[in-house]
Design a protein around this ligand. Structure first.
Ligand SMILES: Cc1cc2nc3c(=O)[nH]c(=O)nc-3n(C[C@H](O)[C@H](O)[C@H](O)COP(=O)(O)O)c2cc1C
Length: 328
């Protein structure tokens, strides 16, 4: 199937000369569409509405009508405000010895040895950052072929894996080791985890795994759902199509309370930012390995939670990255 988003590459130089001083030229029909969509619309989800209608939920989010403005309330509630003593009180315990010890232990979780699937060590990807960035595109045409376990590990190694350790001296004379990760994470709290759904990966059973950063291993989740069920959680037929031909899907899930315990409502913003870091690095790594990758925002949250075996509040699905072998 042709990639519905495929388009000609436009160099910066060509773009500059075409749109130099006046910006892009719009045709009269494009202007008409803009006028209809933006100039004359009511958001009422009723039969009388014209222009773009919005669902009741979107409507409520926008604050039209009697309902509360959910999105705005969140933006207000999560602002950093000068002199807010609550921030000082909630962040201070993270810097004493007990706090540092606790943070150093984050991510150490039990796993039954039978459920631990060891991964090879990530290998350096032989390319420049410049060419990985220049070559990155969302690619949706996948060849329904296996990717190697090493490629999977290399993507993990360049996006969410541990890449070092720092030794922190405590005031009581002790010391702790802080793991350091490929992606920046607020306060070093590491609230983002990757679930790996190997649809076609050499040597891996096609069931749901969680990537364990501390062990650098995959852990088969307790109910180990069938990875292919991810296709059914997707509401968009074109996305379902490329999902079904992919080699692996990474689901990024976060633990909001780990960040919100320290940063309040603002911690939730951090989670989204941090998942973005990981997703971006996954895309770059896939590009450098000459695989295709595309982020996907059209999965139904609760169905994903069900598949991963997480509750959606203490641990919640945030984003996903689909990876596969390119068709050409
Ligand atoms: C948060 C987010 C969600 C996305 N969701 C989808 C999606 O559901 N389906 C899809 O085909 N592409 C999705 N994309 C990819 C964008 O469509 C793509 O990045 C955009 O068209 C720009 O193209 P490029 O990535 O090739 O530069 C998503 C990207 C982001 C950042």
């Amino acid at each position: 199937m042709p990639d519905r988003f495929t388009r000609e590459t436009t160099s910066h130089a060509a773009q500059d000369s075409a749109e130099a001083d006046n910006g892009p030229r719009l045709s009269s029909s494009e202007l008409r569409h803009l006028a209809i969509n933006n100039g004359y619309k009511t958001w009422q989800p009723s039969i009388q509405s014209t222009g773009l209608r919005s669902s009741e939920l979107t409507h409520r989010t926008l604050g039209q009508g009697p309902s509360s403005r959910i999105a705005e309330q969140y933006l207000l509630a999560s602002r950093m405000v000068r002199g807010d003593v609550r921030v000082q009180i909630s962040t201070r315990p993270y810097f004493n010895d007990d706090g540092l010890r606790t943070v150093s232990l984050i991510g150490q979780e039990d796993a039954h040895p039978d459920d631990v699937v060891p991964l090879p060590s990530p290998q350096a990807i032989d390319t420049t950052l410049g060419s990985a960035v220049a070559g990155r595109r969302s690619r949706r045409s996948f060849a329904s072929e296996e990717m190697s376990l090493q490629q999977l590990t290399d993507i993990i190694g360049h996006s969410i894996a541990e890449t070092g350790r720092a030794r922190v001296e405590l005031s009581d004379g002790g010391q702790v080791q802080f793991p350091l990760y490929a992606a920046a994470n607020g306060g070093g709290l590491r609230p983002i985890d990757a679930y790996v759904l190997p649809l076609r990966v050499e040597g891996l059973a096609p069931v749901v795994h969680r990537y364990d950063k501390r062990r650098h291993a995959l852990i088969r989740t307790p109910n180990a759902g069938d990875a292919a069920r991810i296709v059914d959680t997707c509401i968009s037929p074109p996305d379902q199509d490329h999902l079904s031909r992919a080699s692996a899907v990474f689901i990024l899930a976060g633990r909001p309370w780990r960040s919100m315990r320290k940063y309040g409502a603002r911690g939730l913003r951090f989670l989204f930012v941090e998942a973005g870091h990981v997703a971006a690095s996954m895309g770059l790594a896939a590009s450098a390995l000459e695989l295709g990758a595309v982020e996907c925002g059209s999965l139904c949250d609760d169905e994903v939670h069900d598949l991963l075996g997480i509750d959606g509040l203490f641990e919640t699905y945030i984003h996903s990255v689909i990876v596969g072998r390119r068709t050409s």
